[in-house]
Ligand binder design. Structure first.
Ligand code: M6R
Length: 610
């Protein structure tokens, strides 16, 4: 839940580390710090708040060094302040540590270390690691061995890096449960939580796996397991570009990511539709598609927005595959000893591919021998690598903390899986071709919806001071209601709830009065008449109605206070369209409230702690 960066080479490490930390701020941004080694002396600079504040502090200090590590924090143990910011140092300030993850047995270790005479400066769990390393070094062990011994005593997760002023020729980095990559340069090397922090410097990446520990020098790196066995690591050339992770002229990443969805959705389906055969081609599933089609049950597991995509997937699979499908919060799934049979398929959806709960659920399902598939955006991420097979959504890097284009990409991939498997089961060629045809029209329809941006901004202006919102939808659009409410909550801090429209009568309707905006997702499908009745019920109680409806729907104008008219498509693909006005509505409300939409309070892009 934090971002880490390190550099060793011949350049000044400060700009490299600051640039990397800024790219990683999506992982946490409540405090930041760097630690460098300067001719045998070591120095830490850190502060509460964002990396930009740290940058100012460093400018004033005029520090230069060729080896350093940096951290941007999302607090778990200990409040966000300067003392709890990383790096953390050992007693005499010769060792520095940055850590992403959680040390579960830190209280026990802290007690033991205090007993040995160690003094703690912070409230963090991380600090125990550096004192533990020092304690092993004091007992005569070498630096690398002490790191290894210390890590074998900690329970929990880590992606970490340590530097030692007495051995300033290397950074030692290790991973268990939190992401870590090494960037390989020309007589210089890097470490980071993910590739986006390094892409300005190198595309040659080594993915560090759980249980590995790497000594990173300027001209080489040496990888071993935590048990001290030698390992060979492959250097992989990644395709990510700098332009992909820049704002591209937009004021925020979130609006950039919303506005590029006609392209990202196109990229998610590009080359994957076969019109002649009325089906989809997903290379990542080639080896498992028959097993998937023969599954007795499908479970889809995910968190947050990805969980909402999973709910849409449930509707798709049950409508077209007629295979019983269940959706599980990853965090609940793993802890209740789930019943998993070998002929089950479990699909794990995760934009980042690093969400701790999703990864833990995947590992549990693998232990129980189900077919485990990953639907991820981040190439080479843990979920992608640990699944039996899977499909990338290819939405491009998503930097805004609120997920937008990843959600529409996930829906595309779920619909492609549905089409592929349905054609293997009993979907006719003619029906398959109709779906392919509809798919092909989706990017243009998204473009038309994005043109409604100004209209949606005006609606947002009228509701920016609302205290509550209700989002209602039926069938395929019930999960979209949940997603619309989540988007508003997380970036505008307005309380919002998503409900199946008919459930509203069973409780939430008590909340409705003239101050309650109610967003209805009301496309012309088989549930339309029912949803019109629900709209009438809200109107009768003077709620303010904002309807997302189809272009040819004139009836709804009479009922709704505001209508946003979007193109029609088949039911299965409708959520890809209906969610976009809701993303824009949340975005504009938050901007009008003067909030930071890319980095909402208390949130981080990738939740790598449980
Ligand atoms: O990377 P993942 O898709 O696994 O992330 C899951 C959730 O943490 C994520 O969707 C979160 O809910 C976002 N803030 C939603 O905008």
């Amino acid at each position: 839940m934090c971002g880490i960066v390190g550099y060793i080479g011949s350049k000044n490490c400060i700009p490299v580390i600051l640039g990397g930390l800024k790219r990683l701020e999506y992982r946490g941004y409540d405090s930041a710090g760097v630690g460098v080694l300067l001719n045998g002396v070591s120095k830490i600079v850190k502060n509460k708040g964002k990396v930009s504040l740290l940058e100012k502090k460093l400018e004033a200090d005029k520090i230069e060094s060729t080896i350093g590590i940096g951290h941007t924090r999302w607090a778990t143990h200990g409040e966000p302040n300067e003392i709890n910011a990383h790096p953390h140092a050992n007693q005499d300030g010769t060792l520095f540590l940055i850590h992403n993850g959680i040390i579960e047995n830190y209280q026990t270790l802290k007690k033991q270390l205090r007993h040995e005479g160690y003094t703690f400066r912070s409230d963090t769990d991380s600090e125990v690691i550096i004192h533990l390393i020092e304690s092993f070094m004091k007992k005569g062990n070498a630096f690398q061995k002490s790191v290894r011994l210390a890590l074998s005593e900690v329970d929990g997760t880590y992606g970490l890096a340590i530097i030692n002023s007495k051995e300033p020729d290397r950074i030692i980095a290790a991973r268990k449960g939190s992401p870590l990559v090494i960037g390989v340069g020309e007589k210089e090397n890097y470490i980071a939580s993910d590739v986006s922090a390094l892409i300005a410097h190198t595309k040659n990446i080594v993915y560090v796996e759980d249980g590995e520990i790497v000594e990173v020098y300027a001209d080489k790196f040496v990888a071993k397991t935590i048990l001290d066995e030698d390992i060979e690591k492959d250097v992989i050339e990644v395709s990510m570009t700098l332009e992909e992770i820049d704002k591209g002229g937009h004021p925020t990443f979130m609006i950039k990511e919303i506005m590029e969805q006609h392209e990202s959705v196109f990229n998610s389906m590009r080359g994957r539709l076969i019109m002649d055969e009325g089906t989809a081609k997903l290379g990542g599933l080639d080896t498992v598609v028959d097993r998937l089609a023969a599954s007795k049950r499908i479970v889809i597991s995910a968190c947050g927005t990805s969980w909402h995509a999973a709910l849409v997937g449930e509707y798709m699979f049950e409508q077209f595959l007629r295979i019983p499908t269940e959706v599980e919060y990853a965090s609940e799934f793993r802890y209740r000893n789930p019943i998993i049979q070998p002929d089950d398929t479990i699909i794990f959806i995760s934009q980042s591919g690093e969400t701790a709960d999703t990864l833990a659920a995947l590992r549990e399902a693998k232990r129980k021998r189900a077919l485990c598939l990953g639907v991820c955006n981040v190439v080479g991420s843990s979920v992608a690598r640990e699944s039996d097979a899977g499909v990338y959504i290819h939405a491009g890097p998503e930097i805004g903390v609120a997920s937008t284009k990843a959600f529409t990409g996930q829906l595309v991939v779920l619909a492609l899986i549905t089409l592929l498997v349905a054609r293997k089961r009993d979907l006719s060629l003619a029906d398959g071709k109709k779906i392919v045809e509809e798919f092909n029209s989706i990017p243009d329809k998204i473009r038309k919806i994005l043109e409604l941006n100004d209209q949606i901004e005006r609606i947002a202006n009228d509701f920016k001071n609302a205290k509550n919102f209700l989002y209602l939808g039926r069938g395929y659009n019930f999960p979209v209601a949940l997603e619309g409410a989540l988007k508003l909550k997380e970036i505008s801090y307005i309380h919002a709830e998503g409900y199946p429209a008919a459930e509203m009568k069973h409780g939430p309707i008590a909340l409705v009065d003239e101050n309650m905006p109610v967003v209805f997702i009301a496309p012309k499908d088989s549930t339309y008449d029912k949803i019109i009745s629900n709209i009438e019920e809200i109107r009768a109680r003077k709620g303010k109605i904002i309807a997302i409806a189809n272009e040819n729907d004139s009836e709804i104008d009479r009922l709704a206070d505001y209508t946003v008219k979007i193109p029609e498509t088949i039911r299965m693909l409708m959520p890809i369209l209906t969610v976009i006005p809701l993303q824009l509505l949340a975005y504009h409300v938050a901007v009008k409230k003067g909030l930071n939409v890319d980095q909402p309070r208390n949130l981080a892009k990738s939740v790598t702690v449980e």
